[in-house]
Design a protein around this ligand. Structure first.
Ligand code: PMP
Length: 350
């Protein structure tokens, strides 16, 4: 196609594994805690939606509920179609041609993809060998190359590593550009920056209902920031960007804080179980602050071998060849995954 923008000529489509499966541990999705336990009321409530009318353009009631969930003023929140839309909105709002977006790598690929689409330049600083992040290097690099936006995925996808809150604060105290802290997995860790949005003029925090709330299908994410940033983002945001069904489901789900916390505790318990089992198999693995575990294996195409047993995990390529990311499942799923892995290891040896 001749007519497309230059900067997207070599852009590849974000491919999703659509193989049939019996256990899906490849996309860090949560479990359907609402549909199983309390969904009957939610589904009944859907009938009340005026489906012929446009939804509330700024999701007011949803923002009130998010505000209660995080103890934040609704005026400091913007909602949208997954935190993916929030990442794109940040690029649309702040990135002019050739502006620099700085992050560390490996990290969530959409930061660099959206940077490219909006004609910016993505620069990724390598993490330390253990995938920890050196904030001093990030500060130094910021002074050197003057980025417009810094993205910190915290905890990080795909490695599961966490930057401590005082380190993020140190970054914020030493740079002037926009600092986005993507907290998609923060419910599974500690050290959120949400309460700090009032303190900094340049801090944006991203959250999602796709992970700890197990609602990936309704595509609901949000941003928390000071009112000046919220106002400018709202000027760029498309009207009615979040549909009425997602707004309604989000409101009902967020009312069940206790259920969410209980699920998060379940995931943390299962994460410990899975970590111990994988350690027993002498795999190289990294401590996780999320709902997934990142590990390395020298078994060739381990993901394809697991796929034959109906189990999906995520494999990485290039510099991360041989690395895998497995979502923490329920006890049965984790058990089946470990069993299958053991079998593969046994076959490799014989
Ligand atoms: N940020 C991170 C770090 C993620 O891992 C993901 C999903 N994989 C997202 C954002 C996007 O999530 P969603 O669009 O479902 O809110």
């Amino acid at each position: 196609m001749e007519m497309i923008k230059n900067n997207i000529k070599n852009l590849k489509e974000y491919k999703i594994n659509k193989k049939p499966y019996r256990i899906k541990l490849d996309a860090n999705e949560g479990k359907d805690i609402f549909l199983k336990d309390i969904s009957k009321e939610i589904i009944r409530g859907l009938e009340k939606i005026d489906i012929n009318l446009y939804p509330d353009t700024d999701s007011f009631l949803l923002r009130v509920e998010i505000g209660k969930y995080l103890n934040i003023n609704p005026d400091n929140i913007v909602t949208g179609n997954g935190s993916s839309e929030m990442i794109e909105l940040i690029m649309k709002t702040f990135i002019d041609k050739d502006d620099i977006v700085l992050s560390f790598v490996p990290t969530f690929s959409m930061y660099s993809i959206f940077t490219q689409i909006y004609s910016g330049r993505f620069i990724g600083i390598n993490s330390n060998e253990d995938f920890s992040i050196d904030i001093d290097i990030l500060i130094e690099k910021t002074k050197e190359i003057n980025p417009k936006v810094i993205f910190i995925c915290n905890p990080n996808n795909p490695t599961g590593s966490l930057v401590k809150k005082h380190e993020v604060e140190r970054l914020l105290n030493n740079v002037n550009c926009i600092v986005v802290v993507d907290e998609a997995y923060m419910e599974f860790a500690e050290g959120s920056m949400v309460e700090d949005i009032y303190k900094y003029k340049n801090l944006i925090v991203l959250r999602t209902l796709s992970k700890a709330l197990g609602l990936a299908a309704i595509r609901l994410g949000y941003m928390i920031s000071n009112v000046d940033i919220v106002n400018v983002i709202n000027r760029v945001r498309a009207p009615y960007n979040l549909n009425a069904i997602s707004q309604y489901m989000g409101i009902e789900a967020l009312k069940n804080k206790e259920r969410i916390f209980k699920y998060v505790e379940e995931v943390k318990r299962e994460r410990k179980y899975l970590y111990e089992k994988l350690t027993e198999l002498s795999l190289e693995l990294w401590e996780s602050n999320t709902n997934f575990i990142f590990f390395k294996s020298d078994i060739d195409e381990l993901d394809k071998k697991l796929e034959e047993d109906g189990i999906l995990i995520r494999a990485f390529s290039k510099e991360l060849r041989g690395c895998y990311r497995v979502t923490v499942g329920n006890r049965w799923e984790n058990h089946e995954f470990v069993k299958s892995l053991k079998e593969i290891l046994k076959n490799e040896k014989s």
